[in-house]
Design a protein around this ligand. Structure first.
Ligand SMILES: Cc1cc2nc3c(=O)[nH]c(=O)nc-3n(C[C@H](O)[C@H](O)[C@H](O)COP(=O)(O)OP(=O)(O)OC[C@H]3O[C@@H](n4cnc5c(N)ncnc54)[C@H](O)[C@@H]3O)c2cc1C
Length: 158
C-alpha cells in the first residue's frame, strides 16, 4: 500500500476512479502507469489530503512504487475515469471482487458508509493470504462473504 499526499486530486476524487502515475523521475519507464484509487486519506477534520494505492509488483514501474521511500515524489494525473454511481439509501450495494480487484472497492465501501448504505462485499481469492485489506472493508461496515479456491478461508471455489 502506498499513501500519497495529494490534496488537489483527493478533493475531486470519487470511488471507482484512477490516476496515471509517473513511477520514475527519469525516462524509464517512459509511460505513466494506471492505478485505481484505493482509499481517500483525510485529516482529523475529514478534509481530503491524499490517497492510497494498492500496488501489485509485476514489472519495472510497480517495482519502483513498491520500493518508494517516505517523501519521494510521484507525479500523478487524475482523478480519471468514470466514478461508480451510488444507490440512494436505504438501497443495498453489492460489490463482487477478486483479490487485487478489491482495490477499486475500498473507497466505494467508505462512500456507501457515509451515505448510510450498508454494502455487501463478495470477496474471492486463490488463498486466504490474498484476501487483502479485509479490515478496511470491516471498518466500512460491509457485510463480507468470503470464498477461496483452496478453501483456506470462507467457502471453497473448487
Ligand atoms: C484502470 C486501471 C487501474 C489499475 N489499477 C491498479 C491497481 O490499483 N493496482 C495494481 O497493482 N495494478 C493496477 N492496474 C494494473 C497496473 O497498471 C499494471 O500492473 C502496471 O501498469 C504494471 O506496470 P509495470 O511497469 O510494473 O509492468 P510492465 O513492466 O509494464 O509489465 C511487466 C510484465 O507484467 C505484465 N503485466 C503488466 N500488468 C500486469 C498485471 N496487472 N497483472 C499481471 N501481469 C501484468 C506485462 O504483460 C509484462 O509481461 C490498473 C490498470 C488499469 C488499466
Amino acid at each position: 500500500m502506498l499513501a500519497l499526499d495529494a490534496p488537489a486530486i483527493a478533493s475531486r476524487a470519487e470511488a471507482g476512479q484512477f490516476v496515471m502515475v509517473k513511477t520514475s523521475p527519469g525516462v524509464t519507464p517512459l509511460l505513466r502507469r494506471p492505478y485505481s484509487l484505493f482509499g481517500i486519506l483525510r485529516d482529523a477534520r475529514g478534509t481530503p489530503t491524499g490517497f492510497s494505492l494498492l500496488v501489485k509488483r509485476v514489472g519495472v514501474g510497480s517495482q519502483l512504487l513498491y520500493d518508494a521511500s517516505p517523501g519521494q515524489v510521484f507525479p500523478c494525473l487524475g482523478p480519471l475515469g468514470r466514478p461508480f454511481v451510488l444507490a440512494a439509501a436505504p438501497a443495498r450495494a453489492w460489490m463482487v471482487a477478486a483479490a487485487w480487484a478489491s482495490r477499486r472497492f475500498a473507497a466505494l465501501a467508505e462512500a456507501c458508509r457515509t451515505r448510510g448504505i450498508r454494502p455487501t462485499l463478495f470477496y474471492g481469492a486463490r488463498t486466504a493470504a490474498e484476501l487483502f485489506c479485509l479490515d478496511l472493508f470491516e471498518r466500512a461496515g460491509a457485510d463480507i462473504v468470503l470464498a477461496t479456491e483452496d478453501g483456506s478461508r470462507g467457502a471453497t471455489g473448487a
